[in-house]
Design a protein around this ligand. Structure first.
Ligand code: CP
Length: 301
């Protein structure tokens, strides 16, 4: 296994399957997370330079469940506010005994940090619009939980794909499996990259895209990553690209509905979020199990 998890491409297919299967060991028959004091001598730092609820909290819970000490690094109260660079910051944490850094950053800095600090382990918890490997592991696990296998599935991804690190890491992960088809849908100006057939098929008509889908992944508009005002008419957007109960009728009856969160209810209605097809809340819970597996494997390697 690689020393760092910077991208899903750092993992072989066997390692992806191992992490997903290993994560199941951390959930008991009642659905609770097991607490195992496996790494009492390890310290991890949660360094989040962008907002997060699920990823940051689930890494902290996972690390606590494994018996690690956790540094909840708060960028707003740190010496980054006094001009210290991210490299100096992480180096200082390393000098104080941090073994593993979980990093979310708006820019692609994690590879340079990993090269500069080879005796520290890095886990990518979100790199700008580029990648979010542990989210991809969560998404793959959630699909397998419900469909038993990834093979032969029709998967549809809808929303602001161009800014989505969730999409790019998911595509890296899914490329290891023999799915039936991958369809992208969404506003053409939010899917410019995915109109290239090398990634899959782009279908701007969401109802056509959803036809007989097994898995529908919905994504919010990432307003924070647009350079200029969108001038978007939300009602028009919703009528074309919001996953509603009416549009869901085009997918298979047992299709699962996914969303990495946070949900804005522009990209999906509350009724679909709360429907029997929705596995969105299970994705959140799977985050703890997957991150326990990831921390265990990378702290041991
Ligand atoms: N899915 C995800 O990364 O959520 P957070 O931004 O809340 O961590």
């Amino acid at each position: 296994m690689a020393k760092n998890l910077l991208s899903i491409n750092d993992l072989s297919k066997d390692e992806i399957i191992d992490l997903i299967e290993f994560s199941n060991n951390f959930i008991d028959d009642e659905g609770n997370f097991r607490k195992e004091d496996l790494f009492p001598d390890k310290t991890i730092a949660n360094v989040f330079c962008e907002p997060s609820t699920r990823t940051k909290s689930s890494f902290a819970i996972a690390a606590n469940n494994l018996g690690c000490s956790v540094i909840d690094f708060n960028i707003d109260n740190s010496s980054i506010q006094k001009g210290e660079s991210i490299l100096e910051t992480v180096d200082a944490l390393h000098l104080m005994g941090v073994d593993l850094c979980v990093l979310r950053h708006p820019e692609s800095v994690i590879k340079d940090l990993a090269d500069y600090l080879p005796s520290m382990t890095f886990i990518n918890a979100g790199e700008g619009s580029i990648s979010h490997p542990t989210q991809a592991l969560i998404d793959l696990k959630t699909i397998i939980d419900h469909k038993n296998s990834l093979d032969g599935l029709k998967i549809v991804i809808v929303g602001d794909l161009d800014h989505s690190r969730v999409t790019s890491s998911f595509l890296e992960g899914i490329s290891n499996f023999d799915i039936d088809s991958l369809i992208f849908s969404g506003h053409p100006e939010m899917c410019t990259k995915y109109q290239n057939p090398k990634f899959g098929s782009y279908e701007p008509d969401m109802q056509k895209a959803l036809q007989d889908a097994d898995v529908v992944m919905t994504l919010r508009i990432q307003y924070e990553r647009f350079d200029q005002d969108l001038n978007l008419d939300l009602d028009t957007y919703k009528s074309s690209y919001q996953l509603s109960s009416e549009k869901l009728e085009f997918a298979k009856g047992d299709a699962i509905i996914m969303h990495p969160g946070p949900v804005n209810y522009v990209e999906i209605t509350e009724a679909v979020y709360d429907s029997e097809n929705s596995v969105i809340r299970q994705q959140v819970a799977n985050g703890v199990a997957i991150r326990m597996a990831v921390l265990s494997r990378f702290l041991s390697s």
